[in-house]
Write a protein that binds this ligand. Structure first.
Ligand SMILES: CCCC/C=C/CC(=O)SCCNC(=O)CCNC(=O)[C@H](O)C(C)(C)COP(=O)(O)OP(=O)(O)OC[C@H]1O[C@@H](n2cnc3c(N)ncnc32)[C@H](O)[C@@H]1OP(=O)(O)O
Length: 397
């Protein structure tokens, strides 16, 4: 995600909030609320200038997009070049609104701004119960139903690549899920991918360049992985399609992994001049044996779902045609098991490993920070950004 300064967002000053409290489809269709007047719209623009807290890049982009849609209508300007990261991100946010009517955009802007007020900020971050639909942000959709809290990567146009904002959203979702009424927590992806790993533009869009991005990345990564190590309830991955990078390594910290037979598992760290994260330097050799772990983590061998299952990373593989139905039926049954019993059993399993996992996480983050500043890594990322290399393509396996 390109860095969008708070100053820029205040200048665009459209209003934001409700958008992230309701499913996207509902927002785009227009909620059955009263229509916002021009005066409401202008009030909301003023309110944005008074916000004390930076709402984050995703919200600022949404704010910008709704403002442009409400004032100029559908996006009608050419897409900025690939290196013009900030303007490209703004253009994409606006263009994603398609033919949303001006009045609906105005209403959504007003709703969004009103939800940014301190009282609604507090309620959006509070504990929620089972059967309640919640949404932390548009790229990470959280819902809770039938005793299951579902956390979904929802950025299908970017193969669900994880932005800095999404790391924060996931941490918040896990924090909420650890105390809500659900029995189990499930990760899955929207669209054809489960997740393509870290958004490689996280490193190119930070205002202070790679140095700043590396420092920020190491802090965020450590905290992010800690929230998986310490998560108290059963954690399940429903891997609906290809998984890359950190979305694969994290699986070593999950309690069960169900995969569609079209899923693949790819950790191209050496291709990227990087090194393993999410405790995989410790969990993968234990899960799959040191020889297979080396092939995967050092040489970037991509595993099919069946291979990943044979090597212990995946619990079970399902045919694509029945995947969703079979897996969710099973999970709904598991969610009816006594939650305290599951939690206590998980604690017993994890207890002896916890300290070690935290140690490994810390060391991996320190190592990665140095890797992100290496020529090998910088060249690989610049190659990706300039589309000279797409890591999924040169692999023969
Ligand atoms: C701060 C914590 C850091 C933690 C570190 C973690 C390490 C990792 O996760 S390393 C793994 C990083 N991920 C990758 O290397 C994957 C890069 N992406 C690809 O190789 C390919 O995009 C793909 C194989 C996933 C898909 O290829 P395909 O040809 O089918 O689709 P594309 O046209 O390439 O992708 C569509 C669209 O999505 C953008 N995109 C996909 N993945 C990423 C990504 N990881 N980062 C940023 N953007 C990504 C891609 O650029 C396309 O965007 P445009 O339509 O705007 O060109």
């Amino acid at each position: 995600m390109a860095a969008v300064t708070w100053r820029q967002a205040r200048c665009w000053c459209p209003s934001l909030l409700q958008v992230f409290r309701f499913p996207v489809a509902q927002v785009h269709l227009g909620r059955p609320t009263m229509r916002a007047s021009q005066q409401d719209f202008e009030n909301a623009m003023n309110q944005v200038k008074l916000l004390k807290q930076d709402p984050g890049n995703q919200v600022k982009l949404k704010l910008y997009a709704l403002y442009k849609q409400a004032t100029d209508g559908p996006c009608n300007v050419p897409k900025p070049g690939v290196f013009d990261l900030v303007n490209k991100a703004k253009w994409e946010a606006w263009n994603a609104l398609g033919s949303l009517p001006k009045e609906t955009a105005r209403q959504n802007y007003v709703d969004l701004v009103s939800s940014l007020s301190p009282s609604s900020e507090a309620s959006s971050q509070g504990t929620h119960g089972a059967d309640e639909k919640v949404q932390e942000s548009k790229d990470i959709v959280v819902s809770s139903e039938d005793g299951i809290t579902k956390i979904m990567f929802n950025r299908p146009t970017k193969k669900n690549a994880i932005t800095f904002q999404m790391y924060q959203d996931i941490m918040l979702a896990l924090k909420n899920a650890s105390t809500d009424n659900s029995a189990i927590t499930v990760f899955t992806g929207a669209g054809d991918y489960y997740c393509s790993g870290n958004d490689l533009t996280n490193f190119t869009s930070a205002a202070g360049g790679m140095e700043e991005a590396a420092s920020k990345g190491a802090v965020v990564l450590r905290e992010f992985v800690n929230s998986f190590i310490d998560f108290p309830k059963p954690l399940v991955a429903v891997v609906n399609g290809p998984a890359v990078g950190i979305s694969v390594t994290l699986l070593g910290l999950f309690d069960a992994v169900y995969a569609s037979d079209k899923a693949t598992f790819h950790t191209p760290f050496s291709h990227l001049g990087q090194s393993p994260e999410a405790c995989s330097s410790y969990t993968f050799p234990r899960i799959m044996g040191s020889a297979k772990a080396a092939e995967v983590l050092l040489f970037g061998k991509k595993l099919t779902a069946r291979e990943a299952c044979a090597h212990g990373l995946v619990s079970e593989v399902f045919p694509e045609s029945t995947f969703e139905k079979e897996v969710w039926t099973r999970l709904r049954a598991y969610a009816k098991l006594p939650p305290n019993s599951m939690r206590i059993s998980k604690e017993l399993i994890r207890k002896n490993e916890k300290e070690k996992l935290h140690e490994v996480n810390a060391e991996e983050c320190t190592t990665l920070k140095a890797r992100w500043l290496s020529d090998e890594c910088i060249n690989a990322i610049m190659n990706f950004v300039s589309r000279k290399a797409k890591l999924g393509r040169p692999q023969s396996s």
